[in-house]
Design a protein around this ligand. Structure first.
Ligand code: HEC
Ligand code: HEC
Length: 314
């Protein structure tokens, strides 16, 4: 029984990571079409070998406590770095995703087996916004496409903070992708090949942080992997039945029509709904609880500006 529960927990966690990072779109897997699959998998391999020519830019590192605090805030909230790379950033847990493969995010401190010492500041900045590693190839699975819109000052703050994190001896991590993982990447169901999803010459430009819906729209990119492109919820394609259906976040009666900002804020910070019921842990309140008031209000303003759409239209 215990083993069964542990297994269910681990499945939930793994799919949570998949949901967090990807725009899972409706795609019918033309299973059995072996040639088709073979072509797609070859495309994946070719794309992963590509060396991107993205120039490095100098980083303004700082020891100003306000800048470091901003960096830590980003790492805990919008960046979700701790969710994947572990409580002390020494490496995450091994996430088994069945036939898709298995992933363990590496140690990103300057300790033994850590990635930080090898990376220069400019290389880190490029990794974060472009998903391009030191050797010029794409990083796998790490959601740089969700950070591309961050202003350079935020990237610099995050890097300044990372350089202050105590070194720990952690794990070098593991990324092993199965054939199905490679195929699903090409079908747009999960993002393992990150750099090809970013328009390196035209990164998105967000407005400065404010409580506006325009700013909230950028934060809401973090929600679309699970709640759908239109944020109307419904089952994430391909997920097993123990994963709950993400809710409708639009102001429709099957969504958040009757919710106030206070209800929303409480849910995002505590995982408790307006009727007092507890949310399934699949919804990542471990980062959303760290959102600032400005971020939370901007997100709410954006959700209120959406057209009301019935639940399940993704
Ligand atoms: C959804 C999980 C996830 C999140 C969130 C995440 N990472 Fe990663 N990160 C990974 C994985 C997986 C790898 C290994 C990638 C590979 O080997 O291709 C990685 C690799 C790295 C690397 C090493 C790159 C290399 O050359 O292998 C650094 C540095 C890094 N992450 C920093 C960060 C920072 C900083 C944040 C927060 C802004 C962050 N990551 C958020 C999953 C994540
Ligand atoms: C990893 C997937 C995932 C991500 C990412 C995610 N959610 Fe959720 N969310 C869920 C699931 C699943 C539920 C339903 C949980 C349940 O039924 O207990 C949910 C429920 C909710 C609810 C409760 C609605 C209701 O009617 O009870 C709100 C509000 C919400 N999410 C907002 C957000 C916002 C805003 C974001 C982005 C910042 C976000 N979620 C990101 C998976 C996710």
């Amino acid at each position: 029984m215990r083993i069964v529960t542990e297994q269910a927990k681990s499945t939930t966690r793994s799919w949570k990571l998949v949901g967090m990072r990807s725009a899972l779109v409706l795609a019918v897997v033309a299973a059995g079409a072996a040639t088709y699959a073979g072509v797609r998998i070859a495309e994946f391999e070719t794309s992963m070998k590509r060396v991107y020519d993205v120039p490095l830019r100098p980083v303004q590192r700082s020891t100003d406590p306000a800048v470091l605090a901003r960096g830590e805030h980003l790492a805990r909230s919008l960046g979700g770095c701790f969710t994947c790379h572990g409580q002390n950033l020494g490496g995450g847990r091994v996430e088994k995703m069945g036939p898709l493969g298995q992933i363990q995010a590496p140690n990103i401190t300057s300790g033994k087996q850590g990635m930080l010492a090898a990376y220069g500041d400019a290389e880190l900045a490029r990794l974060l916004k472009h998903g391009v590693r030191r050797d010029g190839t794409s990083v796998r699975f790490m959601p740089s496409q969700d950070y591309s819109w961050w202003p350079d000052s935020d990237i610099d703050a995050l890097i300044s903070y990372l350089r202050t994190v105590p070194p720990v001896d952690g794990t070098p991590g593991v990324v092993e992708l199965g054939l199905l993982g490679k195929l699903f990447d090409r079908l747009g169901m999960v993002a393992f090949d990150v750099a090809r999803r970013i328009d390196h010459e035209n990164l998105p430009q967000a407005p400065p942080p404010s409580e506006s819906a325009q700013y909230g729209a950028y934060i809401a990119r973090l929600c679309q992997g699970c709640h759908g492109e239109k944020l109307s919820g419904g089952r994430i394609p391909g997920t097993p039945s123990e994963i709950p259906e993400p809710s409708n976040l639009t102001p429709h009666e099957t969504g958040l029509k009757d919710w106030t900002f206070a209800d929303f804020d409480k849910l995002m910070r505590t995982g408790i709904r307006k009727d007092g019921s507890k949310l399934h842990p699949f919804m990542p309140t471990d980062n959303t609880k760290h959102f600032s008031d400005t971020e939370m209000k901007a997100l709410w303003a954006f959700l209120r500006s959406l057209p009301p759409i019935p639940r399940g239209n993704r």
